[in-house]
Design a protein around this ligand. Structure first.
Ligand code: ATP
Ligand code: MG
Length: 422
């Protein structure tokens, strides 16, 4: 592929949209004689007129040279050292150009999974090791140009998520890229280019080779931009959902697939995310599993059994959460949030402390999930205002129950009689 340089008059990126801290890093590295570019999602989002979440920089300075250049620099990562340059709470991640490592293509079973990712390279090699063409663009602050080694500009204009290099190889090297393709397509409302899409259809089951915490992190990010419904539809269509969350895929297979009620839950979750501009993994995953869990409950009730929701959550949902590598405290909170749903319409036969319920640490997510469920059922949501008001009152009075168990003081050690300390 012929590299392309796009001059300032041919693209819309203006320095005033780049974070001043990122500009400081670019200029300082330049003054010290290094090459440094703004890279990745920052360039992509600026070209699309979106506000980037973060600004990443790539340079030919080695990690040690970067540390010498910035006092506020911390090196992280053992396999591949990255520099975090800190400005108060803001971190500018700065990495040395690296190249695509050789995959294990000489392994006996033809396994292409890459275990190492730590070889320095040229700027062009750095662009080629990235996942998608739209993420492989460089912005050069010295002359305000964009350098395109991968055909990213064209794909941005055509709204396409295209793998850099052969997607069949790139997805086997790192299967998490398949979830990332879905994230960018759903968030940006782009199409996945046909060869890239077909490679996902072919290799989706490889996702089971990826590290569960990384997969969990990427799954969570699918919901971060209010496009979770579209993302889960794509996971389902490509077969990834059957590998990652087979219980959810089964639920869809048996409940009208693309017309299932699950999509109504996700549409409401997306509305909330867009409206509140933040995500909460407890709310995300409890929304995702509400419809299937309600169905399991209804199934048990229809058989006349006495069902305790917390038992079903513990037996059915908890193993799924732990398999996904969800942190235990998060899983426990999620189960509590789901079990809490029945408490909005308290059982008159049981003792119920409204204040105790509202004072629970997880009440905000509990109420958010309840609000989503009311909307899914087409019910009036005005009552949620009263609950919110009571919560605010308790917060003002500092009456929220903390989830942390109080630190137990160690009992003082008893001195043995007859011994004196010298
Ligand atoms: P976001 O806006 O969601 O942060 P992003 O494109 O910046 O999107 P990051 O996960 O922050 O995504 O990664 C930064 C850049 O690093 C990407 O744009 C891409 O160039 C590269 N990258 C990240 N993950 C991979 C991967 N698995 N394989 C190859 N390149 C990757
Ligand atoms: Mg990023």
């Amino acid at each position: 592929m012929q590299s392309q340089i796009i001059s300032r008059s041919e693209h819309p990126i203006s320095r005033k949209n780049i974070h001043p801290d990122a500009l400081k890093v670019l200029y300082r590295l330049g003054r010290k004689g290094f090459t440094a570019y703004l890279v990745g999602g920052g360039v992509r989002d600026l070209l699309l007129g979106l506000k980037p979440k973060d600004f990443d920089i790539s340079t030919n300075a080695t990690p040690t040279q970067i540390r010498r250049t910035f006092q506020n620099c911390f090196l992280i990562g053992r396999r591949f050292r990255l520099a975090h340059i800190r400005f108060g709470d803001n971190i500018i991640e700065t990495s040395t150009f690296r190249r695509c490592p050789d995959s294990n293509d000489d392994s006996e079973d033809g396994d292409l999974y890459v275990f190492q990712d730590n070889c320095y390279g040229t700027p062009e090699e750095d662009a080629l090791r990235r996942d998608f063409t739209i993420n492989g663009l460089f912005y050069e602050v010295k002359n305000f140009t964009i350098i395109d080694h991968v055909g990213g500009i064209n794909d941005i204009h055509h709204g396409l998520v295209r793998s850099i290099g052969d997607p069949n190889i790139r997805f086997q090297e790192d299967p998490v890229r398949m979830i990332r393709a879905i994230r960018f397509a759903s968030r940006l409302d782009f199409h996945i280019e046909p060869a890239t899409y077909n490679a996902i259809l072919r290799h989706h089951s490889q996702i089971l080779k990826a590290s569960p915490p990384r997969v969990f992190e990427e799954l969570h990010k699918l919901f971060a931009y209010g496009s979770g419904e579209k993302a889960v539809r794509l996971l389902y269509k490509t077969g990834l959902l059957h590998d990652l969350l087979p219980e959810l895929a089964d639920f869809l297979d048996h409940n009208h697939g693309q017309d299932s009620v699950l999509w109504d839950w996700l549409v409401q979750l997306d509305h909330k995310t867009l409206h509140e501009d933040k995500t909460n993994p407890v709310l995300i995953f409890s929304t995702l599993f509400s419809a299937p869990i309600k169905q399991v409950m209804a199934h048990h009730e229809a058989r006349g059994g006495r069902v305790i929701l917390m038992d079903i959550l513990g037996n059915v949902l908890l193993p799924i959460c732990l398999r996904m590598s969800m942190p235990k405290a998060m899983a426990a909170r999620m189960l509590q949030v789901m079990a809490n749903q029945s408490r909005f319409v308290p059982d008159k036969r049981k003792r119920f402390s409204k204040r105790g319920f509202v004072a629970q640490d997880c009440f905000p997510e509990t109420l958010a999930l309840y609000d989503i469920s009311l909307r899914v059922d087409g019910q009036d949501t005005r009552q949620t205002g009263q609950w919110k008001a009571l919560r605010q009152e308790l917060e003002q009075k500092n009456q929220i129950i903390s989830p942390e168990p109080k630190e137990r003081k160690r009992p003082p050690r008893k001195r043995r009689p007859g011994r004196t300390r010298v």
